[in-house]
Design a protein around this ligand. Structure first.
Ligand code: WTA
Length: 658
């Protein structure tokens, strides 16, 4: 390292606050610090600003209806269509030739869809769905990887008012069945397979296996042919080839259905404390307004930008910030099919250079991997088109933040560290890149209009520097409306901790721990419930535990997260073999297999540790904290209050010896 470089590293290392570069501020969408006061003083009408970014078929009467809190309603009386807002209106405005989706396939092929072309595809598929019998409010499940037919299918569903439920392609057959059963979904769109690191992966067998677990009749399955001759497969009677169906509907014109602002746009299943995933319900008006507004204010997206979010559309980040927000603003959204290290570790930077990407949004786990690979992979690429960087999904450590700032942003791009959740629909806590100072590791203040606080167990705000829990003390347009078919669980999961029901005061509890500083900047510390965050993916420990105890020969299991350099957290399974079984390699394989079958490879454990007992308190509760410390290699505190202190040393030795 040259002396200059060493000096620079040393300076960066110490620097705790960064001002947004002047060149960025000059052109930013939101630059007036008064925006915070404007929202506060004019609440809830301030949210008209978000709604104004959309085109409404029918103007709304009321911004916020809070008569039946916490079942809040937004922009009531208003009508609109999400696909119209993401497509038609841009074409009508003369932007039909602008690129909507720039798709990069893993093998190097590309597909470019202008707004006009995307609209045509969406109309053809909307006509197809209708012809199959899909009606307004029927839930259509989309079990697809990152291929253009996924956003096409989402927008086609939105066009005819059929809510979609996207199931991440990496999820298992069981996970697909659970979600289709829970949503009573009778239609499935999937594909034969996709490519990973050059290999053709079979997806249709997994989809078919999942379909066997669906308890109701599935009317139709549409299968996209992604692999051509690379995978031969048969279609059952109710299964149709996507291209053939669409060819029959080519040139269709399908009027976008006017949806009530509060009509469901989609369902997204996510992990919670119990073993059963939660069906988060998002609506058309509030969600679209909120994602458009945050795309505008935080991601600084403009129509002539090329914007890239490297998430998978199978998660909320892809829904909000690959599809709905960016397309509502008429920008070019890049979509990449594959992995960041194929064919080599500079793949993402090659894509940035080639497409002259202006804005890049990714996860801290990816940044930590880039750091590990080394900066040489960035150096041969011209990244000067970049103007703004973002992160989402988990806390970012200051070292990774600074690496991103220097090696990807060349110290010329602000970074937005955006805290939010599947349930919040869009970003909640983050700096506004044209206004706020940035502090690496701290997400920033709540967005204008968002009353996020850090409180103690009694709900009182903590002092600066103290740790507490995040709460959100007023509603916002992008919020989930309920858990599908489960209003009770909705209240119980999110509104029971800090609300005062008698006084009709409702406080949303996201189950995250945090600290706040003197400037009101919030540093999110992580989940305080039994949810793990592995590479930015949300996994319920209970889901994994029930998969493990479903394995013959395993009596009891505890699943915890241990610190991991790249993934943030990794899955550790502690399991007790049943009498007559041994905790050997075979049983370990079966435990892993059980997890892959019921969830998928994202939940694959780092280690499975067999033990005759789990450490328990005298009252019989498993000491999860202790198991976490063992997994993370932390110093173990006093264990003398345990019922069975001896077992701790045995377990710790096993883990250390691995
Ligand atoms: C975590 C992803 C720290 C948090 C959009 C939250 C974060 C969970 C951040 C939601 C961030 C997300 N800093 N933690 N910037 N963003 N999280 O539902 O624990 O997949 O509760 O939504 O991710 O994960 P989900």
């Amino acid at each position: 390292m040259s002396q200059d470089n060493a000096d620079l590293e040393a300076r960066l290392e110490e620097q705790e606050a960064f001002e947004p570069p002047e060149s960025f501020v000059e052109q930013a969408n939101v630059t007036d610090p008064g925006v915070y006061d404007e929202f506060e003083e004019n609440w809830p009408e301030c949210w008209e600003r978000a709604a104004d970014l959309l085109s409404w078929d029918e103007a709304y009467d009321t911004v916020l209806e809070d008569g039946n809190a916490p079942f809040y309603e937004w922009f009531t009386g208003g009508e609109l269509n999400a696909s119209y807002n993401c497509l038609d209106r841009h074409v009508e405005d003369g932007a039909g030739d602008s690129v909507a989706i720039e798709w990069e396939g893993e093998l190097g092929e590309t597909r470019t869809y202008t707004y006009e072309e995307l609209l045509d595809e969406v109309e053809d598929f909307a006509a197809t769905l209708r012809d199959l019998g899909v009606e307004e409010d029927d839930v259509v499940t989309l079990y697809m990887p990152m291929i253009p037919e996924l956003p096409i299918a989402m927008l086609a569903c939105a066009r005819i008012g059929a809510p979609h439920s996207v199931v991440f392609a990496g999820f298992s057959a069981d996970a697909l069945a659970t979600r289709m059963n829970s949503a009573d979904s009778e239609y499935l769109v999937t594909c034969d397979g996709y490519y990973r690191r050059g290999d053709a992966l079979d997806h249709i067998s997994k989809a078919n296996e999942g379909l066997e677990g669906v308890e109701h009749e599935v009317s139709d399955v549409v299968v996209v042919d992604r692999l051509g001759d690379d995978l031969e497969h048969d279609l059952a009677d109710n299964q149709h080839d996507y291209d053939e169906l669409v060819a029959d509907h080519e040139g269709s014109s399908v009027e976008p259905v006017s949806r009530d602002a509060e009509d469901m746009l989609f369902l997204m299943y996510t992990s919670g404390t119990t073993g059963k995933p939660k069906g988060v319900k998002h609506t058309t008006g509030g969600y679209l307004a909120y994602t458009a507004w945050t795309s505008h204010a935080v991601l600084d997206i403009e129509a002539d930008d090329t914007y890239w979010c490297s998430a998978d559309i199978g998660w909320i980040t892809g829904h909000s910030y690959i599809v709905y927000g960016p397309l509502a603003l008429g920008t070019t959204s890049v979509m990449y099919e594959g992995t960041p290290d194929y064919p080599d570790k500079d793949r993402l930077w090659e894509i940035v250079e080639k497409n002259e990407v202006d804005i890049f949004y990714t996860a801290p786990t990816a940044i930590r991997a880039f750091m590990k690979w080394g900066e040489e992979y960035t150096q041969n690429h011209d990244l000067s088109s970049l103007r703004l960087l973002g992160t989402v999904g988990e806390p970012i450590n200051p070292r990774a933040w600074k690496w991103y700032y220097k090696h990807i942003g060349n110290e010329e791009c602000p970074i937005v560290d955006t805290w939010w959740q599947t349930e919040t629909g869009g970003m909640m806590i983050t700096t506004l890149p044209g206004i706020n100072t940035m502090k690496p590791g701290s997400a920033g203040p709540p967005l204008p209009g968002i009353d996020a606080r850090v409180v103690n167990a009694q709900g009182e705000e903590v002092d600066a520097g103290q740790a507490g829990y995040v709460t959100v003390n007023n509603p916002w347009p992008g919020m989930l409306r309920t858990l599908y078919n489960n209003d009770d669980r909705f209240i119980e999961e999110y509104w029971s901790e800090y609300s005062d029901e008698e006084a009709d005061e409702w406080v949303y509890f996201p189950e995250d721990g945090a600290k706040i500083d003197d400037d009101g900047f919030i540093t999110v510390l992580g989940r305080v419930d039994d949810v793990l965050n592995v590479s930015g993916h949300r996994l319920g420990t209970m889901e994994i535990e029930s998969a493990v105890v479903g394995v013959e020969g395993i009596a009891e299991a505890a699943v915890v997260g241990g610190d991991h350099e790249v993934k943030g957290e990794a899955v550790y399974v502690y399991a007790i073999p049943e009498d007559g079984y041994e905790g050997n390699e075979e049983l370990e394989e079966q435990a892993v297999e059980g997890i892959l079958d019921s969830i998928g490879p994202i939940a694959k454990p780092e280690e499975v540790i067999f033990t005759p007992e789990l450490p328990k308190t005298r009252s019989g509760k498993i000491m999860r904290r202790l198991l976490e410390d063992i997994a993370s290699g932390n110093e173990l505190g006093n264990t003398s209050t345990l019922r069975n202190p001896d077992v701790v040393d045995d377990i710790a030795e096993q883990v250390a010896g691995e």
